[in-house]
Ligand binder design. Structure first.
Ligand SMILES: Nc1ncnc2c1ncn2[C@@H]1O[C@H](COP(=O)(O)OP(=O)(O)OP(=O)(O)O)[C@@H](O)[C@H]1O
Length: 840
């Protein structure tokens, strides 16, 4: 027997629905929200918990929180800290801020085109954690509220069935939060805005009238990183219903934009722009896309406001990049379509704040600044854009534009690439996508390499000229190579130096005072400067300074960065005491850090060699970066690597490592270097450096054409980077991830030594082989080692979560916290966790 799930209110006319000054809507959204929450809390004993911020807490599998269940992931997985409040949850209800603009759930494309997909929306949800569960048709949750008119139930939802007059039919499905994580079969409830017909065939068919409003998921599994499904320790119920869609249904509006969640915002947009009133048109009826622009701007300003309030700011990668695109898209529609003046977007923030007062804080100023900057760049862009189209308008309008034009719109004029795509698509023009992808990948590599030095104190052209004018000689940095092996240990030379010049960020100065940031130029150094993909050295200076008491004391100046400019090596420090030109200092190198970089550097070249050996000489390097933690290697490869090929590459590298081959180097003239067979990147040698080929292996390269060694290393690196003297110090290499950046270009990330052993252990425990799981470990857990603020239990929880709750993994992370003081506590915690699992 089917029950009546939703009684549709008599639809109001479109005009009255959009009237900004008309009667108040029949059921304000705020009341829809509170009725839902109160119902589950008061009638069914659910605990009302607050929404989490939209930035996921400690969950790298998500860019944004995309569902109410995200914050409860540890409960589903059984990894919640038993001492935490969360561990006591059985029945919970809330209204969660969700953003679906990236990752598995990405609705950005639909926003504005229909009336029910938003990038930001509130998800109403109720949960049972091992409490009630689906028992045939017996389980039901009724949710009802009296209307102002006669107390009729407007919403009476029965999970076990539906009325064909109103329910379009339950869609059986399987719901997943992302590529990994808790999941399970689900029943969706769809609402037919037309009603009185069998709309089952329209379910999930993108019909604007038949819309999913509630999804009831029966969480039973965890999707593991290898894509298998692991049965969870207990079964749970997880439901999610969009507040905006539900409000639309209850207010009798087909479009959410016609509800009181949006109408004040649309009104504010109209006031600030030169556009006519919002008329709710879609598709071809919406000539000039004015109503589309209204919807996009209204949607995006909500998303921007909520995200910024939660600490996600428009930026250059991950969630921040997504937000930057949203900001740019909103600005573009504001300026180009709605003809709004600059600053109009930011001026909407108070309206959003007023409407979502519960969530939004003082973000108007930031959005104002960000929006203003974006606006300026887009205004320039649009001038170019109009010129571009006027040039090609008429018969010569191209069907396909070259990738470099699209790229220049992006790089030079600041258009986001998806906006370029959109603008071209709107005019029926295609872009050479393959070539564009190549340009994107190339740029990504370059910008990542440059990122490390962008924020440093850089010597400008004038200061360089001034240095030369006063006769400051170039820095002698040959000591950075002067390390040797003694009894199997690397010994680095001591280095005393004289301060020749000080740069305060603007000009050369004779002295810097305490607290001042400056660039220090010495006559000699043993420090590496950051260049070409290898991190700079770490360490400090000591300087004998005269104290007030006339007693001389050693003062320590930590070196924050080291870079090179025109033959000078600049050490960036923040002065802890006064420092003057002529001061004598002693340099102290962080030898462990240097060793780690040398290990990764030599390993990178061996990896390059091994890839070519396994896959053939067509493999070519597209970029690399080595730091103390890991190495990254980008190369062009046809297709992606199979796991057996990756294993072969690893084996080849590890054979060279375990043979402890000698790494040879020898200075030769450039002409001679060019004749050495197998030697690569000869052209990259810097003109003022004698070329120095390096190889590892049985044969030693020498002038006159000797074959390069087993693992030929590159010429350029030999001179400006440090290499190991023997390969054995690498100890072990494990590839932790391999993925395609774009078609034809793969990025490999590998770790060495102790980290490689740890990753192998994780793989043994999880049976993972070479998986993204290990990358997670590297990306998310190992970097935390430097954070003293983390309690041991956090370690255990973090890894348990990343390993899908594996007790072995927990123990492993406890070991991995060797650098943290609280290893015993971590182990105890890991044991607790293992015990808890066994008991269950
Ligand atoms: N982009 C969105 N904007 C507004 N509400 C949404 C959005 N995505 C999902 N919802 C709401 O959240 C509920 C649960 O989310 P779920 O992941 O099941 O939706 P979905 O299957 O992605 O929906 P759809 O297929 O309509 O995009 C949906 O039933 C709907 O009410």
């Amino acid at each position: 027997m089917l029950r009546l799930p939703f009684r549709r209110l008599r639809p109001l006319s479109a005009a009255s629905g959009r009237s900004f000054s008309g009667l108040p809507p029949p059921l304000p959204a705020a009341q829809v929200r509170s009725t839902f929450l109160d119902f589950f809390r008061d009638k069914h004993g659910h605990l009302l918990v607050p929404s989490s911020p939209v930035r996921p807490r400690g969950d790298p599998s998500l860019l944004f929180v995309n569902a109410g269940m995200n914050q409860f992931k540890p409960i589903f997985l059984g990894t919640a800290d038993p001492r935490s409040e969360m561990a006591s949850y059985h029945r919970v209800v809330n209204s969660q801020k969700c953003v679906r603009a990236g990752g598995k759930h990405n609705d950005l494309e639909d926003v504005g085109r229909d009336g029910y997909h938003h990038t930001f929306f509130e998800m109403l949800g109720n949960w049972s954690f091992g409490d009630y569960f689906k028992v045939g048709g017996a389980l039901y949750c009724t949710w009802s509220r009296p209307t102002g008119e006669g107390g009729a139930s407007v919403c009476n939802c029965v999970m076990s069935g539906g009325d064909p007059r109103h329910l379009a039919g339950p869609g059986d499905n399987f719901w997943e939060m992302g590529d990994t994580g808790p999941c399970g079969p689900c029943t969706e409830i769809h609402y037919d805005h037309v009603g009185g017909r069998d709309a089952r065939t329209l379910v999930n068919m993108d019909s604007p009238d038949v819309v999913e409003i509630w999804n009831l998921v029966f969480i039973q599994y965890n999707r593991e990183v290898d894509q298998s499904l692991r049965l969870l320790p207990r079964f749970s119920v997880d439901t999610g219903m969009g507040l905006e869609r539900l409000t639309g249904v209850l207010q009798g509006r087909r479009s959410n934009y016609d509800t009181d969640l949006f109408t004040p915002l649309l009104h504010a947009i109209q006031q600030r722009s030169g556009a006519g009133p919002y008329a709710g048109r879609t598709g071809t009826a919406d000539e000039g896309q004015v109503d589309l622009a209204y919807r996009v701007v209204a949607d995006h300003i909500r998303t921007l406001s909520v995200c910024i309030a939660d600490g996600v700011h428009p930026g250059m990668s991950g969630a921040e990049l997504v937000l930057r695109r949203i900001l740019r898209r909103a600005v573009r529609f504001c300026i180009e379509v709605l003809k709004a003046p600059q600053g109009a977007l930011a001026s909407l923030v108070p309206t959003v704040t007023y409407m979502l007062v519960k969530y939004i804080s003082h973000n108007a100023s930031e959005l104002g600044e960000s929006g203003r900057r974006t606006g300026c760049s887009l205004v320039r862009g649009f001038c170019f854009w109009f010129w571009f189209w006027s040039e090609w308008s008429g018969t010569n309008c191209p069907v396909c534009v070259s990738a470099s034009v699209a790229w220049s719109l992006h790089r030079d004029l600041g258009f986001p690439l998806d906006l370029v795509d959109l603008m071209l698509a709107e005019r029926g023009v295609q872009v050479d996508r393959q070539e564009l992808d190549r340009l994107i990948a190339e740029n990504q590599v370059v910008s990542e390499q440059q990122a490390g030095v962008s924020s440093r104190l850089m010597l400008d052209v004038l200061s360089l000229a001034a240095l030369q004018r006063v006769g400051v000689p170039h820095t002698d940095d040959s000591l950075k190579y002067a390390y040797r092996l003694e009894d199997g240990r690397y010994v680095f030379p001591a280095c005393h130096a004289t301060v020749l010049a000080l740069f305060d960020g603007q000009a050369l100065v004779p002295e810097v005072r305490e607290g001042q940031s400056c660039g220090v130029i010495l006559d000699r150094t043993c420090f590496y400067s950051e260049q070409g993909g290898q991190s700079h050295d770490r360490g400090y200076f000591t300087c004998s300074c005269l104290q007030v008491s006339s007693v001389s004391q050693d003062v320590l100046f930590p070196v924050e960065a080291v870079h090179r400019a025109g033959g000078y090596v600049v050490h960036q420090v923040t002065a802890v005491d006064s420092l003057k030109t002529g001061d004598q200092i002693q340099l102290h190198l962080d030898q462990a850090h240097r060793m780690s970089c040398m290990v990764k550097h030599t390993a990178t070249h061996i990896l390059n060699f091994a890839l070519r050996k396994v896959l053939g000489s067509a493999v070519s390097q597209r970029g690399s970066h080595v730091s103390a933690d890991r190495l990254r290697f980008d190369c062009s490869i046809k297709g992606s690597l199979s796991s057996s090929q990756l294993q072969q590459v690893e084996r080849c590298v590890n054979d060279i490592i375990s043979a402890n081959q000698i790494v040879h180097s020898q200075e030769v003239p450039l002409q001679t270097a060019r004749t050495i067979r197998g030697l690569r990147t000869v052209d990259e040698v810097s003109p003022d450096s004698p070329p120095c080929p390096v190889s590892a292996g049985v044969s030693r390269p020498c002038p006159g054409g000797l074959t390069a060694g087993v693992s030929q290393l590159c010429l350029r690196c030999a001179y400006i980077f440090s290499h190991l003297l023997q390969t054995g110090a690498i100890k072990d290499l494990v590839i932790v991830s391999e993925k395609q950046l774009v078609k034809g270009i793969s990025r490999i990330i590998a770790v060495t030594g102790r980290d490689a052993v740890r990753v192998s252990n994780v793989n043994d425990i999880t049976g993972g082989g070479v998986t993204d799981l290990s990358e997670l470990l590297i990306c998310c857990v190992l970097p935390l080692q430097d954070s003293p603020a983390l309690a041991a239990s956090d370690w255990a929880v973090a890894l348990c979560q990343h390993l899908g709750g594996s007790a072995g993994g927990s123990a492993l992370v406890a070991q991995g916290t060797g650098s943290s003081s609280d290893i015993t506590e971590a182990l105890r915690w890991a044991e607790d966790f293992a015990c808890q699992k066994t008991q269950r």
